[in-house]
Design a protein around this ligand. Structure first.
Ligand code: FMN
Length: 405
């Protein structure tokens, strides 16, 4: 069955079911007991998708809003930063979080902790991170190559989470490089041990964020896993891109990362597009500025009242919010050195309030890009898909404090 026929079948099913909105592009996404009406997922992004940013996104549209990734070991050790990361606001349901782990035992402890303390409704596992600090230890995108280790981690998480009927999903890349592709095999293994869905970022670890995401690889994964939802990720910069991805690949939903940086309203556009509506949010500068300010204010409670930390954090969002808007370089420079809310308010007050939506300059790629990079791996990692003794020992000791995907 091709991706297109899958898609056609689902669209027909939707229409035949006489759904309230027969224009809907896709039916809701079902993850175990969780129904996501708009099949859109905010990609976990370390340092970005905290309660503050998720709130802004959630206010614009439906979807599943995943936390920043948390390291299983740090979680089990209850390190303050990890306990902060896993926080959700009282009105945030489902509580979705992403775990990073290289070791089945620690994975099991972390998931058990989340279950016993009732801290999560959905758990995603990170097998996509390409940063050297992670892959050097065999983690993230390096891990599915060791397919039995991958199986052990995922099955442990599924078993522990199933005690509370919590769905587990995996997020992965195509593989380590074009000669070591892992996603089809890993997808089947994950399906066989009971994950609720798999998400694929259509790049290899070697690509990092360079080039274009390979949507054909996403279509191939969709086709190879007819019995569970497959989510597509990579290079969705607009609602139209999301629709194209669904049409080209047959995925059951999309995962959106960089495209929403500085544009939480993209989730409104995505919901509209998935419901077959044309309207799109095109904010004038005052609204963008007000959202940036609100984002900064929401970060203060996230950082337990530490205003300085919140202002340091908001700096990285400035260029994304103002991408394409005529904001002078002097003001931009000052904005990325802001260290108090008063200073931020003062600087934003200097913006020309008459500036409207500038058009195409606001759209398109943003955030991380760059060129392919050597993938740092443990010694002899690629020699076999099984762990050797040295690698086994390293894995047992490996979990690192890390961030980034
Ligand atoms: C700043 C940043 C942080 C990220 N952190 C994570 C992470 O913690 N976990 C993860 O699985 N992916 C992480 N990613 C990868 C994204 O979730 C996503 O897969 C990737 O950006 C491709 O999607 P996009 O083209 O929509 O951005 C991160 C990406 C960026 C840009």
């Amino acid at each position: 069955m091709t991706a297109q026929t899958l898609h056609d079948d689902r669209t027909r099913a939707e229409t035949q079911a006489g759904s309230a909105d027969s224009q809907a592009l896709l039916p809701p996404l079902q993850l175990g007991p969780i129904t996501v009406d708009t099949p859109v997922v905010l990609a976990p992004m370390a340092g970005i998708t905290n309660t503050a940013f998720r709130r802004l996104c959630r206010e614009h549209g439906g979807g599943l809003y995943v936390n920043e990734m948390v390291t299983a070991r740090a979680l089990v050790e209850r390190r303050p930063e990890s306990m902060r990361i896993i926080k959700h606001e009282p009105d945030e349901r489902p509580r979705s979080m992403q775990l990073y782990s290289v070791d089945p035992v620690t994975t099991g402890h972390a998931v058990r902790m989340l279950v016993e303390e009732d801290r999560a409704d959905h758990i995603d596992l990170n097998f996509g991170c390409p940063v050297p600090k992670v892959t050097r230890k065999g983690g993230g995108s390096a891990l599915p190559w060791k397919i039995r280790l991958f199986e052990s981690i995922v099955s442990t998480a599924v078993r522990e989470a199933s005690r509370a009927n919590i769905p587990v999903t995996v997020k992965m890349r195509k593989g380590i490089d074009e000669d070591h592709l892992t996603c089809l095999e890993a997808g089947k293994v994950a399906r066989d041990v009971g994950v609720a869905a798999v998400a694929l970022h259509g790049r290899t670890a070697r690509q990092h964020y360079s080039g274009k995401a390979d949507w054909d690889a996403i279509a191939a994964l969709r086709e190879s896993l007819p019995d569970i939802p497959v989510l597509g990720n990579g290079d969705i910069w607009s609602a139209e891109d999301a629709v194209r991805m669904v049409e080209q690949t047959g995925v059951d939903g999309v995962v959106v990362g960089r495209g929403c940086q500085g544009r939480p309203w993209l989730f409104g556009d995505l919901q509209a597009a998935f419901e077959g509506r044309e309207e799109r949010h095109r904010p004038a500068l005052p609204e963008v500025s007000a959202t940036l300010l609100r984002h900064a204010k929401l970060l203060i409670p996230y950082f337990d009242g530490d205003e300085r930390k919140a202002m340091q954090d908001i700096r990285k969002h400035v260029a994304w919010y103002f991408k394409g808007y005529p904001v002078g370089s002097q003001l931009r420079t000052q904005l990325v050195t802001v260290d108090s809310l008063a200073m931020l308010e003062d600087l934003l007050g200097q913006l020309d309030q008459s500036i409207g939506y500038p058009g195409a300059d606001v759209e398109g790629p943003r955030g991380r890009a760059g060129s392919p990079k050597k993938v740092h791996l443990p010694e002899d990692w690629l020699a076999s898909q099984e762990l050797n003794e040295a690698q086994r020992e390293m894995i047992a000791a490996a979990e690192v404090d890390t961030s980034g995907g």
